[in-house]
Ligand binder design. Structure first.
Ligand code: PXG
Length: 461
């Protein structure tokens, strides 16, 4: 009863993000009521293993009293004050200091925002400001990648390479170009992976030359693409990209919104790949999603110019460094350090997941099973052909629904299944996750086998 009541009221008044509201209205939302550890509970009493850590963010898991208390203490002491007009407050100071201690050595400043999208808006403004201050205002172009996600504000959408978003949100911010993504399974399977990685880096150089080698300001990329499909680049990719950027004096922006805070087994994804970014947008795992907060970590090269030569930077948000959000983020980082969360992902849980997840490659529906740290993907293929299913069959969505039914939240991006569980997941819970994912694959295969020709005919007609 209560579920239906919520669904009715939700349908009446709530426009959801990235949702076909009409279709959702017909189906009804799933109502999540509470959560504990790595599990969420819906209004029908179902317990689901949260294989997505909320939306790639609940790194410390649900129900952490320490985070709740940090928020409450700060809300009682100072619920709000701004960081404009020469003011600050202890949580913002302490968080900035802690972040710069955890970040690579050349990163010693942070600008706070309320989200990852705002962080990438800040990136765009800082990059342009930097080159203007350097007397190189012709360096205007920012290069991103196709199928990248950098947020949903106009700047985030424009930096990202999601074609359906551009189609709805255009015209995009001018001065942003995109190059191909290092997605070996999706776009280079007929080639050697390392040669493919180098080809993708070469495509970046071609784009730079096309735009004008003096006109490119920055390159932005995620270490591992998250929303695009948990795309782990071939080992050859990042070293080759690094060399291209150095050759043309182009800033590197590494979007750490998903990969930061332990996801890849290091504090930041750039450390895993040996990168030295000039700017690092952060959010999500910074507070384990308990309160909204983001920021941009700024390397010395850019920070020194902005501070020493920039005068006032006309940019900022009401909630930049919000005291309660900052206090929760600080406590979150403290817990991650004292509990050795990042090291456990690198040395134990990541390798364990890699071993168990790889077993799913034996399933007839799976063309590739890949993982790094605690992010993983399965590429679904038609066992009859070894190729992708026709898109309109929606096999990924079938598998996602089957996964929910088996008690696991697993996402689909097209026919790529994705997991990104809380970093506090246990080995036993990883076993459970793999069992449930296999059950979802079996159900999907059975549904397809039930009516293969009918489903295909319907799709093709
Ligand atoms: N950069 C990256 C790499 C992200 O993944 C953002 C920026 C924007 O952050 P905010 O806090 O503004 O949402 C993100 C967000 C999905 C999905 O479907 C992924 C994100 C957001 C919503 C959905 O995988 N990532």
């Amino acid at each position: 009863m209560q579920t239906r009541d919520y669904q009715r009221r939700d349908r009446a008044h709530h426009l959801h993000p990235f949702t076909d509201s009409k279709a959702l209205g017909e189906e009804g939302s799933r109502i999540i009521e509470r959560a504990e550890g790595a599990y969420i509970f819906d209004s029908e009493g179902n317990r689901l293993l949260d294989g997505m850590a909320g939306l790639w963010c609940v790194n410390l898991g649900y129900g952490r009293r320490e985070l709740v208390e940090a928020a409450r203490d700060q809300l009682e002491r100072l619920p709000y004050y701004n960081t404009f007009f020469k003011t600050t407050h202890p949580p913002a100071v302490r968080l900035a200091e802690t972040l710069c201690r955890l970040a690579p050595a050349h990163v010693n400043h942070v600008f706070f925002t309320g989200s990852g999208s705002e962080a990438n808006d800040t990136v765009l403004r800082m990059v342009r400001r930097y080159w203007a201050l350097k007397g190189r205002p012709e360096k205007q172009w920012i290069i991103g990648r196709e199928n990248a996600y950098h947020g949903s504000t106009l700047a985030g959408m424009s930096l990202g390479g999601m074609a359906p978003m551009h189609a709805q949100g255009g015209p995009c911010v001018p001065g942003i170009a995109h190059v191909r993504q290092p997605y070996w399974f999706g776009e280079g399977r007929d080639r050697d992976p390392e040669a493919f990685g180098r080809e993708c880096a070469a495509a970046l150089e071609e784009k730079i030359l096309e735009l004008g080698e003096d006109k490119v300001a920055a390159f932005i990329a995620e270490p591992v693409q998250g929303a695009g499909g948990a795309i782990i680049p071939p080992a050859s990719y990042w070293p080759a990209v690094k060399a291209v950027l150095a050759k043309y004096d182009i800033l590197l922006v590494v979007d750490e919104v998903i990969c930061g805070f332990g996801r890849l087994g290091e504090w930041f994804g750039c450390v895993h790949y040996g990168l030295e970014p000039d700017l690092m947008p952060i959010a999500k795992g910074l507070s384990s999603g308990y309160l909204p907060i983001g920021g941009v970590l700024v390397g010395d090269r850019v920070a020194e110019t902005l501070v020493e030569e920039g005068g006032e930077f006309f940019h900022g948000f009401t909630y930049s460094g919000h005291p309660a959000c900052a206090a929760v983020a600080l406590k979150n980082l403290e817990l991650m350090e004292t509990e050795g969360v990042v090291e456990r992902v690198r040395d134990d849980l990541g390798p364990y997941l890699a071993r168990r997840w790889a077993e799913l490659a034996e399933h007839p529906l799976v063309g590739e099973a890949r993982s790094l740290g605690l992010v993983g993907a399965l590429e679904l293929i038609d066992p009859a052909t070894g190729e992708r299913f026709p898109k309109a069959l929606g096999v990924g969505n079938l598998c996602r629904d089957a996964s929910f039914a088996s008690g696991l939240v697993m996402r689909s991006v097209g026919d790529t299944m994705i997991i990104s569980p809380p970093l506090v997941i246990t080995r036993e819970q990883i076993d459970d996750l793999v069992d449930k994912a296999r059950a979802a694959l079996d159900t999907t295969a059975a549904r397809l086998a039930d009516q293969p020709s009918k489903a295909r005919e319907e799709t093709l007609s």
